[in-house]
Design a protein around this ligand. Structure first.
Ligand code: GTP
Ligand code: MG
Length: 331
């Protein structure tokens, strides 16, 4: 299958470069941005520069919308030939949040799926997290599955030089694009089916020391999913293994045992091995989440944050403060 990988906005461009440095072919990649500097740094083969929106054409206005629509159309020539699109973006800013859902819509039909991988802002980027949540709603409606990489989540750091969130995302993009590009169509369909068990998925990563120790790698990985959604609510799992030797049937079924016992029930499962001369690792997508679950997790995180800030950790009675100082409005 032919694959296209589109990175939109600052985060989208940097996630795309990350994936290319992990081995994704730049030929299949399109970088889209309003920022000329970021675009020139991208090593994607195809680039679309979009003139930044002036104050007279704000996002949400009909003029702004039609400008973004024409941008989305300029991406189409690069993705027309592909059977499967992976869309990378960060939500919370202007460019990615407004353009990525439209690009997804234009690229997706019954036979051409779009899977997006989206970064959510750090916890200190407060207002941006609200903007991102609204953007996420549009993304999930436009995509077959949206994999959430929450910058506020704790990540396993594989190397200490890079942002761990981007590392996890980079491996996920490489794994997914490799499997879709070179794997059997039947396998790709099964992966897509499990990814689209819900609107939202998380992904996690761990190195594998030896195939005999695949279970402990699964346990390591599931400890740090890319967003703080309860593992127990997952309905499916996609295991992309990469190593010197493929997983044997026995090793794969032990991996599944670890997955299902950590989740706490049986889930739909598929695993694929791809060869790599270098070290072994695995990425696991946990699927079947809904947008509302992200909303719920988000509210909890905000409450924790405010509790911390107002010192309710040391006891509300002591400070004479009401426990809940902050209430989130609905979407
Ligand atoms: N993981 C990760 N997140 C990023 C990166 N760059 C930005 N983000 C996040 O993505 C969100 C959106 O930021 P950008 O991608 O820079 O925004 P944009 O789409 O370019 O939009 P404007 O610049 O406002 O037009 C931010 O709030 C950050 O939290 C990155 O390199 N990696
Ligand atoms: Mg930008």
């Amino acid at each position: 299958m032919q694959i296209a990988i589109v990175g939109v906005g600052g985060a989208g461009n940097s996630l795309l470069s990350r994936a290319i440095s992990e081995g994704v072919s730049p030929k299949n990649c399109v970088a889209v941005n309003t920022d000329r500097g970021q675009l020139s740094e991208s090593n994607a083969q195809n680039k679309v520069l979009f003139a930044g929106s002036s104050s007279s054409s704000r996002v949400g206005s009909s003029e702004g919308r039609s400008r973004i629509q024409s941008l989305a159309q300029r991406v189409a020539p690069f993705t027309r030939e592909s059977d499967f699109t992976i869309l990378l973006t960060g939500l919370g800013g202007v460019t990615g949040t407004s353009a990525a859902p439209l690009i997804a819509q234009l690229n997706r039909d019954e036979v051409r799926p779009v899977v997006s991988i989206v970064a959510l802002p750090f916890i200190h980027e407060r207002e941006r997290r609200f903007v991102a949540l609204r953007g996420l709603k549009q993304m999930v409606e436009a995509c077959d599955c949206t994999v959430v990489i929450d910058n506020a989540a704790e990540f396993r750091r594989v190397s200490d030089s890079e942002r761990a969130a981007d590392e996890t995302a980079g491996f996920a993009v490489r794994g997914l694009s490799e499997v879709v590009a070179v794997g059997r169509p039947l396998v790709s369909h099964r992966i897509l089916k499990i990814l689209s068990l819900g609107q939202i998925a998380t992904v996690c990563f761990a190195p594998v020391i030896s195939n005999e120790r695949v279970q402990s790698a699964v346990i390591d990985a599931l400890r740090t999913p890319s967003a703080s959604l309860p593992v127990s609510k997952a309905r499916g799992a996609v295991l992309l293994y990469r190593g010197v030797e493929p997983l044997s049937t026995g090793q794969a079924s032990r991996a599944y045992e670890a997955v299902s016992s950590l989740i706490g029930h049986d889930v739909e499962f598929v695993h694929v091995s791809t060869m790599s001369a270098a070290s072994s690792s695995l990425s696991i997508f946990l699927t079947g989440y809904s947008y509302d679950m992200v909303l719920g997790a988000f509210v909890e995180m905000i409450e924790d944050l405010y509790d911390m800030e107002y010192g309710t950790d040391s006891g509300p009675a002591e400070l004479g403060l009401p426990v809940r100082l902050y209430q989130m409005e609905g979407p």
